[in-house]
Design a protein around this ligand. Sequence first.
Ligand code: ADP
Ligand code: SF4
Length: 604
Amino acid sequence: MVHRVAVVDRELCQSKKCGLECIKECPVNINGKECIVLDENAKALISEELCIGCGICIKVCPFDAIDIVNLSEELKKDKIHQYGVNSFRLFRIPVVKEGSVIGLVGRNGTGKTTALKILSGTLVPNLGDYASEPSWERFLSYLSGKEMKSYFQRLREGKLKISLKPQEVYKIPDVWRGDAYSLLKKMDERGELEYAVERLNLRESLYKNLEKLSGGEMQRVAVAACWLRDADVYLFDEPSSYNDVRQRLEVCRMIRELAEKGKSVLVVEHDIAFLDYVTDYVQIIYGEPGVYGIVSALYSSRTGINALIDGYLPVENVRFRERAVRFVERTLADSFVGEEELLSYKDLKKSYDGFTLDAGSGTLKRGTVVGIIGANALGKTTFLKILSGIERPDHGSVNVLVKISYKPQYLSSQFSGTVEEFFSHLGRGFADQIIQETLVKPLRMEKLLPRQVSNLSGGELQKVAIIASLSQEAEIYALDEPSAFLDVEDRFVVAKAISRIVKTYGKSAFIIDHDLQLIDSVSDMLIVFEGKPGKSGKASEPMAKEDGMNLFLGRVGLTYRRDVNTGRPRVNKPGSRLDRKQKEEGRFYYKEERQDETGKEDSF
Ligand code: ADP
Ligand code: SF4
C-alpha cells in the first residue's frame, strides 16, 4: 500500500498562462472525476485520494509546479506537520538529548527549519490535519510512549527554556535596533559576555551598529546571543555560514561547552568537517525538497556522516541517493596534469585602506585544481581578482595565456529576466552534456528556470552563478566560495562537477572555500593564506595538497585521519588518542596509500 503525496508549488503554478494541461490530461479527470481542479485562487488542487500516481500532470505542467510522490502507508502515522493542502509535510521529529550535541543535516527544503520551529515551541504541529486548529494537547497525546513526550510536556508547561540561533542572521537588524553590545548585554543571562566576546573575537565589532557588521561578525554575534542565554536547550540553525575555518572551530568549541554543562544542543549544519567535530550524534533529514522530509533514526556522528556520504540509511534500510560519494586520495600523479603552464604570476603585491597583500609567485598547470584557504580578510578574493584581471596589482605581474572564467563571492541578482533567459545569454556552454549531467540535473535547475533571477534565494543564486561560470568557454575557472549557501548534497555535486570538468576537458581551477571537506576533495594543490585579518595577508606558493593541509591544520590545531569505511578524511575529536598522537608527531594531515575507485560509487 502506498500513500500518495501531491504537492503544488503555488508560486510556479500559473493557470492563466499554461492552458490547464494537467486538468485536461489527468486520466482520472478524463474518466469524469475531479482529481485536479482549480481552487479559489486559480491554482491546481489535487485530490490525493483520487490520484492514481500516473505522473502525467508532472510531465505536462510547463512550469514544473507539480510533484507526486508515493510513500509507504506505514509512514502516515509518523506525519508531524503539513502546512496546507497539497503542500510540504514533515515526518518524524528530531530528538534532543541532555549533555549531547546532535547534528541535523540534509537538503534544503526538507524541513529542518520546520523541525526547529516545532522543537522551540513556535509552531504547533498539526499531525497533518491542516484544516483544524492545531493543539499541543493533541500532539502530546500522539507522543504517548514516544521518546520526545517528556520534552514537549515540559516545553508545554513552560519548564523548558529554549535558545535559538536563527538561520537568517542578516534579518537580526530588522528586530534589534542598536549595537552588538546592547544585544549581547540583554541576552547575557549567565554573566559570560566577556568570555564569549573574547572567544568569538567580537571585541572590535561590539560598538558597531548591527547593520554595519559583516556576515561573519553578524553570525558570531548571533551565536553569542544564543549561547549567552541561560537555557536548557540550544538550537543552532547553520552557525558556520560566513565564518572562516578558525572561527567555525571556535563556534564548535563553544557549542561543545554547552553539552559538557549538561545542556541539550541541536545543530543544523552543511559543513561536514564541522559536524564531525562538534556532534555526538547525527540525524539525517531526507526526502524531496519542498515536498516532504523524513527525519532518520539517531546515529552516532561517525555512522551518521558515513550514511550521509553513502546515501544509505542502515537502520531504515533506505537508499536516499542513487550513488555513494567516494573520497579517493587525489595526488598530482593521478589527475590529468600536463606540463603546459596556463598561468604564472610573479611577486604580486597590492595595498589599500591600511591592508597589504603579498601574494608571491606561482604557476598553474593544465589539469590542476588549486584550493585557496585561510582566514577571512587576508586578501584571498583580491588575489583571485588580480589573477582574473579584475584588479591590478601594485607590484608584480600576471602572465595569463588563456581565458579565465570568474565567479565572484558576492552574487548579483541584478539581471532582469528569468533564469532560463539568463542562461540563454551564456551561449552554447549551458547545453554542454557534461554541464547538464554534472550540474543542471543534479542541482535540480529545471524548477528554477522559469523563476525571476531577482527573486532567487542565496543558495539558488549560487547554483546559477556556479553553472554560469563553469559553462563558459574558458581554460581556467576561478571560483570564490562556491559552497556558500549550498546544502550538503549540492556541495557534493559541485565538488564532483569541478573535478569532472577539469579532468575531462583538461582545464584548471582556483577554488577559494572554507568548507574543508570540499577543498580537500577537489584540490590537487593548495595556496595557504596567513597574516593578520584586515591588516596584512601573505600567500604561500602553490604546494602539494598534503603539505598545504598539514600547514593549515597545524595552524588551526586540527588533525585529520582517513575513515576506514568510506575513505573520507575525518577530523579527529579534540583530545582524542589520535589527535594527541598526530599532534605530537606534527602529522596534522594523514598520509596513506592511494585507494582505488571501485564499484558503483562517485569519486571526486
Ligand atoms: P529547510 O530548513 O530544511 O530548508 P524548511 O522547514 O524551511 O526546510 O521548509 C520545508 C518546506 O516547507 C519548504 O518547501 C518550504 O517552502 C515549506 N514551508 C515552510 N514554511 C511554510 C509555510 N508557513 N507555509 C507553507 N509552506 C511552508
Ligand atoms: Fe492525475 Fe494523479 Fe496522474 Fe497527476 S499523477 S495526472 S493528478 S492521476
